[in-house]
Write a protein that binds this ligand. Structure first.
Ligand SMILES: [Zn+2]
Ligand SMILES: [Zn+2]
Length: 234
């Protein structure tokens, strides 16, 4: 099986990433990916794009260099009620909405508070993916989050960057999350979280984890062209 999509990537619009959309698309094409989600940080991220950036994503063609482009966002969860930093009126027009906890936008709370923030974010029908839930800075009730994700048909992200340069110490949590997801049959998605084009489609460490846990292919969205239909809003 081959990975056909990278669901989590950043461009220079995020403020602390280094490649343009076109550079990312060319990298995706060179790696043989069929689809790429562009998911720049939401407006609350320091240095992040203005709201208009997301409203105007419609100008980007649906396909570039043979790669299907899904227009999205990595929205910030702003409080323990799961409020996101973008209005639903814009989120509903995007193909892919990742909701993530970042400590520059929300102070890590207790395990109960962090869990509530994610569970409530999943109540938002526009949310497709919970980004890097294995982050050790935000302790969560893994069983509760994974079970709710299954119920709500929200994807659990295994973030490759968490094993390399970001959120050091994520491995054990990600292991537990993926193991639980396998147990309950929750669908996962692998994202590179690339902040430079060279990392597009880099799933190496996440792949190792999935192999180690012998996760069945049908629980990994990146492997299935027909599962990409859920992102086809624009
Ligand atoms: Zn993130
Ligand atoms: Zn990201």
């Amino acid at each position: 099986m081959e990975y056909i999509i990278d669901t989590h990537t950043h461009t220079i619009a995020s403020g602390h990433a280094y490649s343009t959309l076109i550079e990312n698309v060319k990298a995706a094409s060179a790696k043989g990916l069929k689809a790429l989600a562009v998911t720049d940080h939401g407006v609350a991220m320091p240095g992040g794009p203005h709201m208009f950036y997301f409203g105007n994503l419609k100008v980007i063609p649906k396909e570039i260099e043979g790669v299907r482009i899904f227009k999205g966002i990595e929205a910030n969860i702003m409080d323990y009620e799961g409020k996101l930093d973008m209005p639903d009126s814009i989120l509903k027009r995007l193909d892919v909405v990742i909701a993530s906890l970042h400590d520059v936008c929300i102070k890590p709370g207790t395990k109960e508070e962090n869990t509530k923030a994610i569970l409530k974010a999943m109540d938002n029908k526009n949310v497709d993916i919970i980004g890097h839930p294995g982050n050790p800075a935000f302790e969560i009730d893994i069983d509760a989050v994974v079970k709710r994700a299954k119920e709500k048909d929200v994807l659990i992200e295994i973030n490759n960057s968490s094993f390399r340069t970001s959120r050091i110490g994520s491995y054990d949590n990600c292991y537990k999350i993926a193991k639980k997801a396998k147990e309950v049959g929750a669908t996962m998605v692998i994202g590179s979280d690339a902040h430079i084009c060279y990392d597009i489609g880099n799933f190496e460490k996440a792949h190792e984890l999935i192999q180690k846990l012998q996760i069945p292919d049908d629980l990994i969205l990146n492997l299935w062209p027909e599962k990409l239909k859920r992102f086809c809003k624009l």
